[in-house]
Design a protein around this ligand. Structure first.
Ligand SMILES: Cc1cc2nc3c(=O)[nH]c(=O)nc-3n(C[C@H](O)[C@H](O)[C@H](O)COP(=O)(O)O)c2cc1C
Length: 359
């Protein structure tokens, strides 16, 4: 039986995956406070629909960082798709291409970017700036040659988050025959998990973003900007978008849900930078709430891995189909003709103390 929702799909994936791999995908850092907060934040915001607005069937197509997309739902970068399914990132890329959705390929993909690009859909490439600028430059040239349309630079990882599920399970390295293919020129370390094959560096600074801006003409998004002051600083660095993301609760724990941090960031950047929100998006209504608070698009991480585990390409296609139709329905039920129609007037924030009529 096909899953009717992303939550059903997650349960099906959990039953199929080897427990250590499930934990690797599902887990967060430390006490997983942020991990839980991400989904909870959406449940705590209500929707108050507008009626009789006659906006017609909602349109989902959009343009982001110069890329046409059939919907404002992007595949977030997640590592190691071949741990979920033997066809790994190739299957993900085919499903995304068929759906006309943008797929952000992780630098820690277990398939080389050139092979992923064969699917022909719009691709962005997620980059961890490496302290070895020569390596970063070579990788950027590879990514440009492969036809990727933008770089998504993850800036929330000066060091690797502590993921206790992985420590408990002893998950340190990829199984034999699998590696971070985009890291290959670095030699034997590409056979390792991301904590050991990719360098995470606390010395990185805005100067490195400036350097990258000079290096490439590809649009650049910064992923993991959560402080409004950093969002303002990003305006000066010539970047083209921000991902408001806490890395799915896998880096600094107790960071609030991105949904809650979105309004101050949207205030800080106004219309000058498009915002992509990720973290806990599991329903079309979640996406709509993010749009109402200023996101131009949302990105999904784990649901893609659950789809891949359950059905390979067809499983990822099912994830995208479900979310697309949920978003269409949510927009229509709120009287919106597109994501641009979503505004804070649709949102209801519960207060702790109900206001009673006293007279
Ligand atoms: C298994 C897994 C691997 C991830 N790998 C990366 C990565 O390589 N680079 C990156 O910037 N973010 C990575 N992320 C974070 C996602 O891009 C995204 O921020 C997060 O998953 C969104 O939350 P969601 O899973 O609740 O949708 C990963 C997340 C998961 C769950």
């Amino acid at each position: 039986m096909k899953a009717l929702s992303l939550r059903e799909l997650e349960a099906a994936a959990r039953a199929l995956l080897e427990p250590g791999i499930h934990d690797l995908f599902a887990g967060g850092s430390d006490d997983e406070v942020s991990l839980r907060a991400n989904e909870d934040a959406f449940a705590r915001v209500g929707l108050v629909p507008r009626v009789l607005r006659g906006r017609g069937a909602p349109r989902l197509d959009t343009e982001l960082l110069g890329c046409r997309a059939s919907m404002p739902i992007v595949l977030a970068p997640t590592a190691f798709h071949r741990l979920a399914h033997p066809e790994g990132e190739r299957a993900t890329a085919r499903a995304a291409a068929a759906a006309g959705a943008i797929y952000t390929v992780s630098m820690a993909s277990t398939t080389a970017i050139e092979d992923i690009a064969q699917a022909g859909g719009p691709l962005w490439f997620q980059l961890y700036l490496q302290p070895d600028r020569g390596f970063t430059e070579a990788l950027v040239r590879r990514v440009e040659a492969a036809g990727c349309k933008a770089l998504v630079v993850t800036v929330d990882s000066p060091v690797f988050g502590r993921r206790e599920r992985d420590l408990r399970n002893g998950f340190m390295d990829l199984p034999a025959g699998m590696c971070c293919e985009n890291m290959r020129p670095l030699g034997p370390n590409c056979e390792r998990g991301p904590a050991r094959s990719i360098a995470f560096s606390p010395t990185l600074s805005w100067a490195d973003v400036d350097w990258l801006r000079e290096l490439t003409s590809l649009p650049i998004a910064l992923k993991g900007v959560l402080h409004p002051e950093d969002a303002k600083r990003a305006l000066d660095s010539g970047v083209d978008a921000l991902f408001v993301s806490n890395h799915g609760g896998r880096q600094l724990d107790t960071v609030p849900a991105p949904l809650e941090l979105l309004p101050p960031i949207a205030d800080a950047v106004g219309d000058r930078l498009p915002l992509v929100l990720d973290g806990g998006v599991r329903r079309g209504t979640d996406a709509l709430k993010a749009f109402a608070l200023g996101a131009r698009a949302v990105a999904i991480g784990r649901p893609v891995l659950w789809g891949l585990a359950v059905g390979g390409e067809a499983g990822v296609a099912h994830v995208l189909t479900m979310l697309r139709s949920e978003l269409e329905r949510a927009l229509a039920l709120c009287g919106c003709g597109s994501a641009d129609d979503a505004s804070p007037e649709l949102l209801h924030f519960s207060r702790w103390e109900p206001r009673w009529r006293t007279s």
